[in-house]
Structure formats: structure tokens, C-alpha cells
Design a protein around this ligand. Structure first.
Ligand code: NDP
Length: 327
């Protein structure tokens, strides 16, 4: 049977993404086949669609690092036809056909059951971005950081990771400082739980080894000079969870925050994250992420607009999270 998908093909100058008709025989190996019902747009999907970064490591490729779908057939013991399952990461959309398609086939070991209390659209409103924000909060918790130690900073706050991070840090009891390059989104960020807004300009310019101590915790999706500024202003024994590189992959910092203030930089990796941690993150999101705030973060988009949305997220034009229902 034929089905519709976005396909990325290699070209002489890079790659090109377009809508295509695929056949079941085009699907890659796996023990679970799903009808994809919902997907979303992450920064990485934007990089794949635009070809701006070499995230696609096999051509042709169906992008889409996240999806929710209904199991059509399965030889995996944990999944049976009719179950609803969620996929985040594992190289799907990079090395294995992903969620920008009406159908997907992959390893059941990569799937998690739809978390109790969430529907498929809400799971995609959270997506890899929201699940990564929760992995970051869990890392701060494991490190022993508490709201009593001081405020939490969120960089790239109006983006996907940032929006969920603001909401869940506020729910955890933190005084939340949101940094954004879009000051016009201040009301949006206050509604999610931000107590203070800072601008990108506050994180520009030369970084001193140590600056005035301002926060004890942080979730950073920006990297580069911004993260260097964040580290230099982190309080004694605080910790910053680094999850992204929206500004750049470099980190022009010194060891001063680490050796003179005991600051810790916690690395967050969502793609190969072990299943028990994934399930814990999803269960916590189901319990701790206010549904009104999740709705406020979310924009619905038709399948036909996915290519535009991929370009928009790389251009920093998408606010919060996007949900795409697959027809
Ligand atoms: P979004 O594009 O939704 O959010 C990124 C935000 O970063 C933007 O909204 C913007 O926030 C800010 N930003 C963008 N460009 C710049 C810039 N040049 N300088 C400073 N700030 C900038 O992406 P996601 O939230 O989906 O992902 C965020 C980052 O996290 C990405 O780098 C992504 O690759 C990474 N990521 C990593 C994961 C992991 O496993 N470690 C998993 C998921 C994502 P504002 O407008 O508020 O300034």
C-alpha cells in the first residue's frame, strides 16, 4: 500500500526535502509497524529539512525524530495492534525512517507506551524538546539542586525546550528567570511561569571568569557565549544542564566557575537515553506539566506545512511547540 511522506534526497550540493509517495516495501526493518497519527517539529528536524547541519546520515531519509502512532502489526512482546506508542530519538529521522510519514516501521525497543494521562497530540506537544527539558530537571534534582538554593535560569526560553523548562521549573518551586531574544514574548513567558525576563543582549560581550552570582540552577538550550555567561553567574555549588546549541557548539568559558565555585555542568543527551529514564521523564511530564500551559505552548499545523515549519524553526521563528496531525 502506498503512503505519503516527506523524503530527503541527496543532491550534488547537499540535500533536498519534498513530499513523496512511498510503498510499504520502502519501510525499513523493524518488529513494529505503526500508523503515525501525530508528529512535531524539533530543531533537529529543521536542520534535517534545510540541510543546514549534517544530521541526516543516510539517504534517502524520512525525517521526523518524534512521533506518536497506533500499532498496526507487531512481533515485539511489549506491543500489540491497537496500542498507542511514542517514539523519541534513537537516530530515527537521521538513520532510520522517521515520523514525517503516514507509516513507520522500527524496533519496538525504541518505543514507549503512550504515558498515562496524555493523549497522542499532547505527547507530541511535549515531544523530544519537552522530554529533554524534563531530563534536564531530573539531572538537576539528582545533583541535589533545590529551589531553596536560588533561582533557575532558562535560555532560549521561547523555544520548545525552553518553554517546557520554564513551566516545569516553576512547578518544581523555582524562581524562574527566562532569557529570550524575543522580548515581545514576555507575556507568554510570564504566563508559563517566568518571574523575570532577561534578553539575549544580557549574555553578549566578553565573559569574565567569574561574575556576580545570580542563579543556582539552569537549563540551557543555546550553548556558546550564552552558556559561558550563564556559568560565570552561577552561584556557589550550583549546576547548569546543557542541552542545546542554538547559538553555537563552542563554549568560550574558563575553569573558574568549576574550580572556584564548585559549579557543575550537566550534559543532557536524549537520543540514546536508556528506557527507564525515558519512562521516568514521561511519567513526570504527565504528572507535573500543567495542561493549560501545555496548550498555551502548542500551535497546530497541517502536515502540508511541515517543510515550512522546518525552515522556520532554524530561523528561530517558532514559538513553543508545534503539533502536526497526520491525515
Ligand atoms: P527551538 O528552535 O524551539 O528553540 C531554540 C531557542 O534558542 C530559540 O527559540 C531561541 O529562543 C534561542 N535561539 C535561537 N537562535 C539563537 C541564537 N543565535 N542566539 C541565542 N539564542 C538563540 O529548538 P528546540 O527547543 O527544539 O531545541 C533547542 C536546542 O536544544 C537545539 O540546539 C536542539 O538541537 C537541542 N536539543 C538537544 C537535545 C539533546 O538531546 N541534548 C534534545 C532536543 C533539543 P528565544 O527566541 O527565546 O531567544
Amino acid at each position: 500500500m502506498g503512503f505519503r511522506a516527506i523524503r530527503i534526497d541527496k543532491t550534488e550540493t547537499g540535500s533536498v526535502a519534498s513530499f513523496a509517495e512511498l510503498e510499504d516495501s520502502d519501510l525499513m526493518d523493524g518488529d513494529v509497524t505503526l500508523r503515525v497519527t501525530h508528529t512535531t517539529v524539533n530543531y533537529k528536524d529543521g536542520l534535517a529539512i534545510t540541510g543546514k547541519s549534517p544530521v541526516v546520515r543516510r539517504f534517502p531519509m524520512v525525517p521526523g525524530v518524534d512521533f506518536a502512532g497506533i500499532v498496526e502489526s507487531s512481533s515485539h512482546p511489549d506491543f500489540k495492534p491497537g496500542d498507542v506508542a511514542v517514539l523519541n530519538g534513537w537516530g530515527v529521522g537521521e538513520m532510520h525512517f522517521g515520523g514525517y510519514a503516514q507509516k513507520a516501521r522500527l524496533k519496538g525497543d525504541w518505543l514507549v507506551p503512550l504515558p498515562e494521562g496524555l493523549d497522542a497530540a499532547q505527547a507530541m506537544a511535549i515531544g523530544t524538546a519537552g522530554y529533554t527539558a524534563m531530563l534536564a530537571l531530573m539531572a538537576l534534582d539528582r545533583h541535589g539542586i533545590t529551589p531553596a538554593m536560588g533561582p533557575a535560569i532558562v535560555t532560549g526560553a521561547a523555544g520548545g525546550v525552553g518553554s517546557v523548562a520554564v513551566a516545569i521549573l516553576k512547578n518544581a518551586g523555582y524562581h524562574v528567570i527566562a532569557s529570550t531574544g524575543r522580548p515581545e514574548e514576555a507575556d507568554y513567558l510570564h504566563a508559563l511561569g517566568a518571574d523575570e525576563i532577561m534578553t539575549r543582549a544580557d549574555f553578549e560581550g566578553p565573559v569574565k571568569p567569574l561574575m556576580k552570582e545570580r542563579w543556582a540552577a539552569g537549563i540551557d538550550s543555546v550553548g556558546s557565549l550564552t552558556l559561558a555567561h550563564v556559568l560565570a553567574q552561577t552561584k556557589m555549588r550550583g549546576a547548569i544542564a546543557a542541552c542545546g546549541l542554538a547559538q553555537g557548539m563552542d563554549l568560550p568559558t574558563s575553569v573558574a566557575p568549576f574550580i572556584l565555585r564548585g559549579v557543575c555542568l550537566l550534559g543532557i543527551e536524549s537520543v540514546q537515553c536508556p528506557k527507564p529514564l525515558r519512562i521516568e521523564a514521561w511519567n513526570r511530564l504527565s504528572r507535573e506539566l500543567d495542561r493549560g500551559k501545555l496548550a498555551a505552548i502548542t500551535t497546530q499545523l497541517p502536515f502540508d506545512k511541515l517543510l515550512d515549519a522546518g525552515r522556520d524553526i532554524v530561523a528561530g521563528k517558532i514559538r513553543g511547540r508545534v503539533v502536526v496531525e497526520i491525515p
